[in-house]
Design a protein around this ligand. Structure first.
Ligand code: ZN
Length: 226
């Protein structure tokens, strides 16, 4: 873009051709293929669109020594060492995973979760000190997810271990989550274990006026003695 000084001392555009990009067409690359690839890969991250990916890439490039290099090393090492725990389905750099090896964990309780992100969320809460079982998804007729696609067989095997007394179904309060909860319950019914699920209802700090009718009904049904 060329600028020239006008008589008033201000800068004005001069003979700058304006081209309109057709809707939906990708913007022209502004950097070399290595940087463009970095941006494209960052843009695949959840929560990062193309604009945020460019901003993140630029930040990485600016902090090449303190951020980009260490991050690249950490990602390479993680990519080399990450394994899926054959016992619980968690991801870690050791097999069995850190949680399965932890002797402080209560071996009598198995917490069933849909995904590793749910396991991490429960661990952040510090509410339970048990072992987990990651299903790797939930049953979904719409998405074609059937029981054989999930870690269900290994769950039945683990639930049958003599030390296991309770199965906590920590699945999402969605139709698919609850369908899966029912399926798991039926699959282990013959083992005669205590099967519980997370309470549904008023969130901590929540106001009744803002809750939907389904949540309020669930809260009334799940009421406890005060
Ligand atoms: Zn494990």
């Amino acid at each position: 873009m060329r600028l020239c000084a006008s008589s008033a001392g201000r800068y004005a555009l001069q003979n700058v051709p304006i081209t309109l990009r057709p809707r939906g067409m990708m913007p022209q690359a502004v950097a070399g293929p290595e940087i463009e690839r970095l941006i494209q890969l960052l843009a695949r991250m959840p929560g990062l669109g193309p604009r945020s990916a460019r901003r993140a890439a630029l930040q990485l490039i600016k902090k090449r020594d303190t951020l980009l290099g260490p991050l690249a090393d950490a990602m390479r090492i993680a990519a080399e060492r990450i394994v899926v725990c054959s016992s619980c389905g968690n991801v870690d750099t050791s097999e069995p995973c850190t949680i399965c090896r932890d002797p402080e964990r209560d071996p009598s309780t198995l917490v069933v979760v849909e995904d590793v992100s749910d396991l991490w969320a429960l661990e952040r809460s510090g509410a339970v000190k048990a072992r987990y079982h990651v299903l790797g998804g939930v049953l979904s007729a719409l998405d074609g997810v059937r029981p054989e696609h999930l870690n269900l067989a290994s769950l039945v095997e683990r639930a049958a271990l003599p030390e296991v007394k309770e199965i906590i179904l920590a699945l999402n309060a969605t139709v698919d989550g609850q369908t899966t909860a029912h399926y798991v319950t039926e699959s282990i019914r013959h083992l005669d274990r205590k099967v519980t699920r997370l309470a549904h209802g008023v969130p901590v700090g929540g106001e009744l006026d803002y809750l939907d009718e389904g949540t309020l009904s669930a809260a009334i049904r799940s009421r406890t003695a005060f």
